[in-house]
Design a protein around this ligand. Sequence first.
Ligand code: HEM
Length: 558
Amino acid sequence: MNGTTNGTTNGATNGTTKGTPSDGDVITTMNGAPVKKVAGSQRIGNQLRATLMLQDINLLELIQHLTHERIPERLVHARGTGAHGYFEVTDSISDVTSADFLQRVGEKTPLFVRFSTVAGERGTAETVRDTRGFAFKMRTKEGILDWMFLSTPVFPIRDGAKFPSFTHATKRNPRSGLPDHTMFWDYFNNNQEAIHFLMFLFSDRATPVDFQHADCFSINSYRFTKTDGSFVYVKIHVKTNQGVQNFTAAEAQRTAGEDPDFQTRSLFNDLEAGKTPSWDVYAQIIDPKKAANYPINIFDATKTLPFEDFPLRKFGRIVLNRNPDDSFAEVEQSAFSPTNIVPGWALSPDPIIQTRALAYADTQRHRLGVNFIQLPINKPDHSFNPLMRDGAATFQGLGATPNYFPSSFSKYGVATQYAQPDEESWLGTVVDYESPLVDADFKQAQVFWEKTLAAEPGQQDNFVSNVAGHLQSAMAQVRKATYAMFTRVNADLGKRIQTATEALVAGTAPTKPAVATKSAIANKFADMKLADILAKKQSPDNNSHNFDLFAHKEWSLT
Ligand code: HEM
């Protein structure tokens, strides 16, 4: 057998699953003894009747392993898929960060990404209306850096204590176990700082065709730091080179029914076919002095920062080129956290980031076990901390290394080049603070409605019908409060949502939801049957990626 030898760890590098068997390997029991009959079971007499024996170790182990194969799904972002690739520095950014992996233009850092939807469970359909998660794990020479971004540039909350309520309201009713639109809208009616997020969630941007055709954003402000102690704040934008493509609500719903795994299949097939989807990476650099007097709080995750004042600066690109070898080992067991940072990249005082600092490794100890960091996909190429060593399933092999610090019997210490603390100062009186809702919270939502959506033909109509289609299932008093919320964005918007929703409730709306514009993909294939699309895909002169997006009936592991 390949894999572990001599009882020592086979430290898999690059987060890839190791131990692929080779021809001629024999199947063994857990302790490594050869199995005589893998699919047979020991029984009394040569008969089909089941008088089985506990001494049939192969059978016992097979069943016992199977009954333990599922682990808890992620609290949020349970449905996901992954891919390997790299991050490449395309433009110099070393004036604002000392991060080693960003110092040299052209340098590539190995990367793993997990893409996800947020609210649904592990088996739910993928093309549904939702935010998409983009979790990047970069293996830099100075440790693992995780970037955990979303496909919306804003978040629904700016007070960490609201995260449980927001999460509960977007999941199932605790009594009925059913999705509950009354609960959903009632939460948002009472937490209206989420309005900007809702504008994205009910636009066609929340039904991307697949992950390759979506952008993502850090949302939270982080810090680029330098070894001299200076720093700037930074927001990251990751823009797809495949072009943004969204489904309309009707297309997304249809696809969810026809192929609930559409987005996983699209990515898997693209990578198997040798495609290399890529994204350009930009920074919005924020001078701390400018941030202090800027009208928008840069630590308010419900707001974006205008490009006029904080232009995008390109510094890298992300390229994907390989499917995982083992979906469970790499995708399901991957553990990302914003606290996986490296010198040159740091957290900020953003309250959401500070709350997140606690959440991830905590849930991963529950989901994967205390030593989840030793799993190959999560394990840094180099790490050493003898103070964290015991717990279930540890295999670090630190032996006699002292487990306290400092010790007279060891010479290990800290890296002196990072000894200089950065200059951020945190001073103030302790207060119990919950951010109040103010008129300014509706400003960016208003711009999104009046300018952004208005600039794309049919998108305002789609927005109204997307909200109405969802809101119609809420109780009357909740619907009324939601009309009032959208009226604060724009009086006409509030009225249109009310008219469209109440028509659906009364059954006077057209039976099919009005889909004002079709996506580019739907237009292209409007009159084609699936079989024609697949046939066209196979024609040698076709090199349009649009055809591949519809090739979702294929599943090829070869
Ligand atoms: C207080 C706010 C938040 C809390 C408490 C929180 C908590 C969590 C938890 C518990 C998970 C599951 C982790 C796991 O099981 O491994 C998760 C996943 C995730 N979160 Fe958050 N989250 C918050 C806000 C955000 C924000 C603002 C973003 C992005 C800007 C984000 C991005 C993600 C992503 C991408 C994943 C999926 C990770 C994966 O694919 O494994 N989260 N979050």
